[in-house]
Design a protein. Sequence first.
Length: 486
Amino acid sequence: MEITVKSGNVLREASDLGVLAAFEDSALPDEAAGLLEPDDFRGRAGQAVVLYPRGAVAPRRLLLIGLGQRDKVTAESVRRAAAEAVRRARELQVAALSIGAVDDLPLDDAAVGQAFAEGLALGAYRYWKYRTGLTTEQTFAVERATVYSGDERAADMAAGVATGQAVARGVALARDLVNSPGYAMTPARMGEEALALGERLGLKVTVLDKAQLTEQGFGGILAVGQGSANDPRFIVMEHGAPGDGPTICLVGKGLTFDSGGLSIKPAEAMDTMKSDMGGAAAVFGAMQVAAELKLPLHVVGLVSSAENMPSATAYRPGDVVTTLSGKTIEVLNTDAEGRIILSDALHYAQRYEPAAIVELSTLTGAIVIALGSHATGLMATDQALADRVSQAGEISGERVWQLPLWQEYHDMIKSEIADLKNIGGRAGGSITAGAFLAAFVGDYPFVHLDIAGTAWADRPAKPYEVQGGTGVGVRLLTEFLRGYSY
């Protein structure tokens, strides 16, 4: 979708669909107020009404969208309103829409422009690669959106729109990766995607295959992947170089399909397990955005990718795995595999001497029970880093909730026959998983983000989401990285 910013008033600019955002505590402009009864539209957050002005204002149709109380409007409010606008435009088969950028928000103009662009682009997203027999109505796409603002605001608004479009492209990439079937997005294919990304954007990319993993001692990845016909990969993507700014390592879990291995999942829990690489997808998307925005940082994306399958060669409960760090893991459940492949990636991250390590993974069902689909679980070894990530979550709309990593949780994953065991029992399952990961980062500041509840939407709750992969993490990581570059 092409998104442009122009000076002007949406009510005075001809278009097929004009969009006007309004508030609970403010009156509509006279031209719009005269088109409906006062109680027909109250400006409540999420309320939307389509009007047919018949020449009373310039647009042929006028969509009123409520933002709630003016002083409580956030970037997320704007993002949702923009997504609702593009969805209504698609329903009405309108190829171009115009939006009035509201004044006097508790946001700067660049943030408003960014939120508009993200909402418009993500609201238009669909993954229909494998659908056939679609009608022209179904395939209809909104092609253009114009955001109207005052002369003094247009430049900042346009800069925000450009940023928002880059972020939305990163989210779309992550969604595409997550939505791809397991047979199409194997570890080898993930490696190919990384190489293509590097060639397109100038990232330095290294992909280690099974032979190289064996030679270098990536015991965690190899153990999890040994039951599959699709060999594992370890992927390194670099934006910038040491000295370009702080070094930030982003680490993602890339289980392209997770059957549970010999500790096999029940059938009803397996149909979405192509999404078990949501953390890796977020890293891919964030690396793309970092490159497109030319962030003055050295950003290293690390992805452990494997397929966890049951077979005669699969690793077993009771096995002991020696990881890249040399630490040993007693395997009590082969379905707690993500933390095992991440142990190698987290140890590998230490060689960069990073200012921060942020890792994302669809790690535990326990976090879904604890937080549902509305927040990502956060655990950290460094409170200052946790605060940075939490703030980025609030700004980006991808909110997090911190859980403790007290010593008692670390004690729960100690093994009698190895250094660690890969599960600590049902109690505190998300936290003991975080404690397990923290054992492999050394003294470097570390944040673990458990996105098991937020990476996939069965019933999308936001107008810019669709059923399937949400691309969660890309917006949060982008805001976090931009905060580091200020």
